[in-house]
Design a protein around this ligand. Sequence first.
Ligand SMILES: Cc1ncc(COP(=O)(O)O)c(C=O)c1O
Length: 475
Amino acid sequence: MTKAKYQQIIDDILLQIQNGTLEANMKLPTQRDLATSYQVNRSTVIQALEILQSYGTIESKPRLGYFVSDNKWNTYIKDNIQWQSYISHSSSKNNQYFIQRINELEFNPNLYRLSTGELNPSLIPNQQFKKILDQSNNIPLTSNYEYPLGNLNLRKAIVKHVKQWGIDCTVDHICITSGALQGLKLIADGLLVPQSNIIVESPSYIHSIRTWHNIHAKLKSLPISTIKSNINHLFSKSQNYRHSLFYTIPTCHNPTQHSYSAEEREKIVQQCQQQNIPIVEDDVYGELYLNGPRPLPLKTLDRNDNILYLGSLSKTVSPGLRIGWIIGKPTVISHLADLKMQNDYGASSISQYIAAQWLTNPQYHQCHIQNLKHELLVKRDQFLESLAQYFTDLGSWNTPEGSFYIWFELYHPIDMKALFDIAISHHILINPGEIYSEQAKQAIRFSYAYIDTSKIDTSLKQLSQLIIHLQQQTK
Ligand SMILES: Cc1ncc(COP(=O)(O)O)c(C=O)c1O
């Protein structure tokens, strides 16, 4: 089998590092020159460079180009080239460059995190978790392996929890996962094949993770505006949708905050049913809808077990508990639970215990969600006020109806990679829109969930000045 073009470029650059033709700190030829010498188009070169960058083999310097990194990894390549070859030929791809850097930088306490999709530590009920563990005399705490479907008390608690939004299920419809992310991984491994057409919204959280890349199925991105304007004709009659599925975040979408109307929800469910396309409904933010009662999950409209519903405590309670769940047809759920056992033998039993107690005790979850929504509203309003003050001439955004995010689109193009780097040097961390869609190179996903309210104004003011500066430079 001939190697893909981008892989040939990667291998060639690695070889040049190994044999010393390229040394640490040496500048690589420009993208255009690389494209000419490898006789490929520029996007192939960019793909190869981004992958090399994700290995730490090369680094990009704003406005200067790409350089061979001066790090241990390159020394390592020289001694053990076969490891690099194993890595670069593995079917699991590293995270995108921006995500890798963000994952590391989020542990730098000097950065103001204007985009982090995680609750501020002060909003996480750690004291109550302690209390739950202290009170474990009445209900004995066990830390053995759990049922393949997950802790029974937790599943009972989830049956009640989702009932409040009209989802009717039993404990056999639920598989506990280590976060919703693992649910997505189990669905990919357990249900998809390379011939699958995975229909996804664009932009979408799903583009930020590589969970569904390994199966090499086609991701068919549909802009949310296209879905809405074609709501009666979502799928083409002539296309074969065997093995396909539709992944959607219908409420408080990440990153746009979009929520479908009740009518749109019905149409989506109806048409998927007509075409026999299962839906994966990712509802990790639905409970944080701020404008009144939350829109009902698609799962409430599911008459034929067509929908796999993903929930999680990560966004509402604590991401570190790593507790999520999939709700679906029992035969599918037991297949996914079997895969889960093969993966990790169950989510942490201590986390499952805490989650079960947390959801069962009305004093905990209900009060917490009420307070949390109040706090998020305060943070949201401060964020919107500061955006209005500093960003009105720079771009546009919507008022979020819930959860954490503000999708900001610039009016005039800038080098987003340069902004990302310069912002870091000014102690500000942002998520460029490109993480969520290749087309969103001029967008930023903001989040008010993590940053201290008192730091929102100064950080946004500073960021706006950096954008203006960059725009002036490109004029
Ligand atoms: C839409 C969406 N689904 C799933 C996840 C993953 O959540 P968990 O922490 O439960 O794995 C995230 C996290 O950002 C998300 O935004």
